[in-house]
Ligand binder design. Sequence first.
Ligand SMILES: Cc1cc2nc3c(=O)[nH]c(=O)nc-3n(C[C@H](O)[C@H](O)[C@H](O)COP(=O)(O)OP(=O)(O)OC[C@H]3O[C@@H](n4cnc5c(N)ncnc54)[C@H](O)[C@@H]3O)c2cc1C
Length: 540
Amino acid sequence: MNIETPVLIVGGGPVGLALALELGWRGAACLLVEALDRDGYKTHPRANLVNSRTMEFCRRWGIAGRVKEAGTPPGYPHTAMYVTSLRGHLIARIDRPQHGGGRQIAFTPEPPQRCNQIWFDPVLRERAEGFSNVRLRYRWRFDSFVQDAESVTSSVTDTTTGESHTIRSAYLAACCGGRSPIRRILGVDKNEGEVLGAPLSIYFRAENLWDYHDKGKGVLHFIVGPAGVWATLNSLNGGDLWRVTLHGGAKEHAPAKAVDHKSILTRIVGVDFPYELIAISPWVRRKLVTAAYRHGRVFLAGDCAHQNTPTGGYGMNTGMGDAVDLGWKLAAALAGWAGPGFLDSYDAERRPVALRNVEEATRNFHMRSFAPIPELVEAAPAGEAARKRLGDEIVKRTGRELLSDGIALGYRYDGSPIVCPDGSEPPPVSVTEYVQTSFPGARAPHVRLADGRSTLDLFGKAYVMLRLSRDTPEAASFEEAARRRGAPFEVATIDEPAVVSAYEKKLVLVRPDGHVAWRGDSLPADADAVVARATGALPN
Ligand SMILES: Cc1cc2nc3c(=O)[nH]c(=O)nc-3n(C[C@H](O)[C@H](O)[C@H](O)COP(=O)(O)OP(=O)(O)OC[C@H]3O[C@@H](n4cnc5c(N)ncnc54)[C@H](O)[C@@H]3O)c2cc1C
């Protein structure tokens, strides 16, 4: 069969699904092919943390409520603990009252949630499938592609029927994960990045595990031995589903079938307890940021473009940012108003975010090792003193892995070719702290409006010029420039003191993805030049 589609997406993991959703939401048609069946990776529950920025995307797509319902119940504590075992010694405890449920946080309408991919991916899928212009095909394996100046031609096999299909598209989005066939065809990343370890996940069901110890409920338990953290125990649903990750290298683990899960789980809890084993999955901890996100008409996103150790929960969340950035840009190119430099800005904006996040995740991983402490599991007083010292050190070293609002929300597109710098000093960036700013390239600030909405709810389908007081000049010159270029444009006049203060300037132009394109206290001499830059019409 010969098939035509504006965008072919390869891979139906969270990033491919989010890209399909973003395109569908913007009225752009696409076809997604996924080699696996609809259940995908259901026996290997991977990402748990859905950070605030991803939740803000979900809010825009109308699925934030469903993600909250599908994940850890609102009242379940997001506490992290370092313990020698659940019944053993507590070394450090980090409560995160600002995580989960519908809590109020000053700088976002959407606090971070825990919703494992085994539930999160289907929520994305269902929403994407709801758009008549989005087609999802499972058990369709992408095999190869060739591209020329006008299009990409891909070969795909329907593995249920054995039929081959030729798909012609304007663009090809590679969202096919770490073992990407598209990277192989492009001839990039032949060694698939640096290997940091080869852990093993043990997925199991156990009722009321917290009844077996005295530490209370939590979502993350780092199991510490005299030589450092050797395992983590994750609550997947705040109930009966759990995942243990055994750290270490491949040589330290038996093949999945031979793993003595009973003695491992007993050692982690500190006592024998009833459980049902669901699956054991080996995986590889990699560090990679590919050299270029764009190859002609082919774009790399998600794990296909970058991989990191899950220490910090950045992988999927970084990929969701890619999907949104690529999605609105491809939709603009298909709608015909993107200038010639527009699609190149995808690499310029997203690659630096990945470089930062991958480095930070690697740092987090190394911070979990420390010099052997033989007396760690001893009784008082020697053991107690060692545990206290280590606990203080752990909070200092690894606290930022667990509270990383600066990573989630604070990434900026400072050097982007489609952002207009205003010459002001860039505000500092931090891993843990997120300070809202309207600095060009930053995510536009969230402020609760008098009518109960968030300022973020104003953004999405168009460039929005915020006029932050009634005596601010009309933005007619911008409107005219956008209209001439065919770019969607709206004006919102807001005269609420909290918004005026958070947005720092009297006029702020926010892009459809919610990042600031330009700001000023008065109209620029040449509004057309600003719009030209924001829409990629100026040479890079
Ligand atoms: C134990 C663990 C815990 C994690 N925890 C977190 C966390 O808390 N937070 C976080 O943000 N990230 C976390 N991650 C990382 C996260 O799982 C990944 O970053 C995320 O799944 C990447 O999504 P993706 O869509 O890019 O790739 P994938 O999820 O790998 O999806 C790629 C898809 O492409 C398909 N595909 C591949 N080849 C083809 C082909 N030839 N034809 C058609 N389809 C193809 C695959 O079948 C697959 O379904 C964790 C990872 C692990 C292993």
